[in-house]
Design a protein around this ligand. Structure first.
Ligand code: NIG
Ligand code: FE
Length: 428
């Protein structure tokens, strides 16, 4: 079989071609659309992309297997840069408590919350954990995600945290790119109850060096909030992680702004995530920094809050913004990035173009993989989607749906297209 693919008949081909840096300000609105576009993929990479009239006449296009987009939208795959997808099982008891009126913190105190997932994950075999994570990755791929970050932080004891990271490592490239983040500072485990500083010390002295030496994670994250770690603890922890060469991520201002977003910006963290309760005075500092604001509207919706992160203010101030699912069993049981784009548009008033940029190329920058994915440009990995839509704005509009007709990862078609669709013939 030919290792070349010709994708033709795209009514809108969203290339997101542009500067090789996180997009901010007006750049967030620039999708670099080719109308009536085509693309040639060779050995999993994009060999050519542009107007049909040009690309289809390239000698490279001759003899390639054809994929006809039939007037639909072609765009880069989603980069979901913040998830906790290896969680064992859903927290349906928490869900019932929530419906009875308890809030996230009350549920945690009543025996639910992060520590109930910790209990479960510790008891699961590596094989069962792997199968659970694989199922989530498949669901995500079907909805158009082609690269995903996954955090540990549901074991909170040395060997099981490391085990989780090893499982994540084994899932990388099969077929999605999986980028592991160490989130040992997610909660205080029962063994350290009431002694958060001792847990942070233990992580710094005994666990981070092992994660670094074994190269099990690229990033280190800390949950800095009320009922979680303090700003002083977060700073101490992040400084130690930075010394070991980790990229930094921070769960900041989800329930209260303790100053973690400012800390992230000052330390040159890769991202500050959540930001629902961000103090407005911190926006200019974040906007001037290299730190990307990762917004997670799924958790706001699921927790029944109406306090979304100030996306418009961040964008207007010049911040680089990314979007992600925060897929987890407690606050955001959603694997579909398209739902997140809808929420970004309808609840945070981002435009569909801004949301697409935030969910693709900017997510790739958060993960440090923008050199190989996130846009449709020659030389990049062929990670793209064919949408059942003729206008990209439909993606923010049809909320709760999946418009993804086909997900292609590194040139490989994932899942089976509907009968009679896209059927390939060889181009001549
Ligand atoms: O990003 N708030 C901290 N961590 C997760 C929730 C984890 C959980 O409840 O299991 C979040 O929302
Ligand atoms: Fe999270």
């Amino acid at each position: 079989m030919s290792s070349r693919l010709l994708i033709r008949g795209a009514r809108q081909l969203l290339t997101l071609r542009g500067a090789a840096r996180p997009r901010r300000g007006r750049e967030l609105s620039e999708l670099a659309i080719v109308e009536n576009g085509a693309m040639v993929v060779e050995n999993g990479r994009i060999a050519a992309v542009g107007s049909s009239s040009r690309v289809e006449n390239l000698s490279l296009a001759k003899g390639a297997l054809e994929l006809n987009a039939q007037g639909r939208v072609v765009m880069p795959g989603f980069i979901d840069c913040h998830t906790h997808l290896m969680y064992g099982a859903p927290r349906l008891e928490d869900f019932s408590m929530r419906l009875e009126g308890k809030d996230y913190e009350q549920i945690a105190r009543a025996g639910g919350g992060i520590l109930s997932t910790v209990k479960l994950v510790r008891a699961m075999t590596p094989q069962r954990l792997k199968v659970q994570a694989q199922r989530e990755l498949q669901r995500m791929a079907q909805c158009g995600t082609t690269s995903v970050e996954v955090k540990s932080g549901y074991a909170l004891e040395d060997h099981t945290e490391l085990r989780c990271l090893r499982i994540l490592q084994s899932l990388d490239g099969d077929p999605l790119d999986v980028c592991p983040t160490f989130l040992g500072a997610h909660a205080v485990p029962p063994e350290y109850e009431g002694r958060p500083d001792a847990w942070i010390d233990h992580l710094i002295e005994d666990v981070l060096p092992v994660v670094a030496a074994k190269n099990l994670a690229r990033f280190v994250d800390v949950y800095c909030d009320r009922n979680a770690f303090t700003l002083v603890q977060a700073r101490r922890y992040l400084e130690a992680a930075q010394k070991l060469g980790f990229g930094l991520r921070v769960h900041a201002a989800q329930f209260q702004d303790l100053g973690a977003a400012t800390l992230a910006a000052e330390m040159g963290a890769r991202s500050a995530d959540h930001l629902e309760h961000l103090n407005r005075a911190s926006i200019p500092l974040l906007a001037r920094s290299q730190t990307i604001a990762v917004l997670l509207p799924g958790s706001v919706l699921f927790l029944g809050s109406s306090k979304y992160a100030p996306a418009r203010a961040l964008i207007d101030a010049g911040a680089a913004v990314a979007l992600a699912t925060d897929y987890n069993p407690g606050t955001s049981p959603v694997w579909n990035m398209q739902m997140i784009l809808s929420l970004a548009c309808t609840q945070m008033r981002m435009t569909p173009a801004q949301a697409i940029t935030a969910a693709t190329v900017n997510g790739a920058h958060v993960l440090g993989i923008a050199g190989r994915t996130g846009t449709l440009e020659a030389g990049k990995q062929a990670d793209f989607l064919i949408l059942d839509a003729s206008d990209y704005r439909e993606i923010g509009y049809y909320f709760g749906a999946s418009l993804v007709a086909l997900t292609v990862k590194a040139g490989r078609i994932l899942g089976r297209p509907a009968e009679g669709d896209f059927h390939g013939k060889t181009s001549d």
